[in-house]
Design a protein around this ligand. Structure first.
Ligand code: SAM
Length: 323
């Protein structure tokens, strides 16, 4: 057992992260109706076989459906599910297991709210006879309701330099709604942008692929869950990553003042996540599930770890560390 003591500061932010080593289909049973957002990246079909179980592309949609009910039941009525995934090439052509998975989920009651893309600024170099470098992955936004919790204000971006020149020279067509000349039904009123400093981003999220230094073979960038956590969950809400891996989602959740539960069925990755979350967020491990402070418990089965986020200035002292 490892034991870490901290001095409790009454100003500590009241958010925590629980890391559960278990099959997420089991672990989620205890969370019925409590989760604001599930944001995750499942094992891709037939990938990383050396590291964890993988599923043949032909069987993937059926396999993923075994998570449908636990996910659906765990979410609040306004909750969302974001799945980062990519299809793969089988015998020279794209296998559409990802599309089949989304169709199967929608047949089971999920609403496909939008398809986001993760644009990778540093895709893997290489040469393929019929394809170019793979520079993006899907992030599917699904929800129980057609109007899930949605806070676009939280992800707005600076309007950009174009606005200064464009908006200082407004023409006649800019001062009222100007309909498209090809009668497409689209129109714009540029004058409404005057005085605005931020705008909505597009549904393409640009972020570099993470290097190989996180002790896990398939780490996604923290920016990815971060974007969806801001957009799709309330402050102090509960975020779950049911394929938690190295803990990227927890790093994002704690930094945005959300509670987080990471679930991974691989003991080693749970340990990696505990260490990473503590290191990258300043969280300290607390005593038990009831929230008492002081020690981390380590159990072989259904292991539960609870790093706690400390507000800066909180005093955290490691006084003991033993096996
Ligand atoms: C693609 S990785 C996730 C990586 C993570 N997004 C990160 O940034 O580190 C998928 C993870 O799912 C875990 N996993 C696979 N099947 C699982 C299951 N049934 N329950 C819980 N975790 C599972 C694997 O051990 C693996 O760590």
């Amino acid at each position: 057992m490892r034991k870490i003591l901290i001095k409790k500061n009454p100003d500590d932010l009241d958010v925590s992260c629980t890391i559960i080593c278990d099959d997420s289909r089991q672990a989620l049973r205890d969370l019925k109706g409590q989760v604001d957002l599930i944001v995750t990246s499942p094992p891709y079909a037939d990938a990383r076989r050396r590291h964890y179980d993988s599923v043949h592309p032909d069987d993937f949609a059926q396999w993923f459906l075994t998570f449908h009910e636990p996910f659906y039941e765990a979410l609040r009525p306004t909750g969302s599910l974001v799945i980062n995934i990519k299809d793969r090439v089988v015998n020279g052509v794209r296998h559409r297991y990802v599309w089949h998975m989304i169709e199967a989920l929608c047949e089971n009651g999920w609403h496909a709210i939008d398809d986001y893309l993760w644009h990778k600024t540093n895709p893997m170099p290489g040469y393929w006879p019929t394809r170019l470098r793979d520079g993006w992955e899907y992030c599917f936004h699904l929800a129980k309701d057609k109007k899930p919790f949605f806070n676009p204000e939280a992800v707005k971006v600076p309007i950009g330099d174009w606005a200064e020149t464009r908006l200082s020279n407004l023409g006649e067509n800019d001062l009222s709604r100007h309909n498209s000349v090809n009668a497409s039904g689209f129109g714009r009123d540029v004058s409404r942008w005057v005085g605005k400093e931020t705008v909505l981003p597009s549904n393409v999220i640009t972020s570099a692929v993470v290097g190989k230094n996180k002790q896990h073979p398939a780490v996604f960038p923290v920016d990815l869950p971060l974007f969806f956590i801001k957009l799709l969950s309330p402050e102090h809400g509960l975020i779950v990553d049911p394929f938690g891996g190295s803990g990227s989602t927890a790093v994002a959740a704690l930094s945005e003042n959300r509670n987080c539960i990471l679930i991974d069925n691989n003991e080693q990755y749970c340990q990696v996540a505990v260490e990473r979350v503590s290191k990258e967020t300043g969280a300290k491990e607390s005593q038990d599930e009831a929230g008492a402070w002081g020690q981390i418990r380590y159990k072989q089965n259904g292991s539960i770890y609870q790093p706690r986020l400390l507000e800066s200035g909180a005093i955290a002292t490691e006084v003991e560390n033993h096996q």
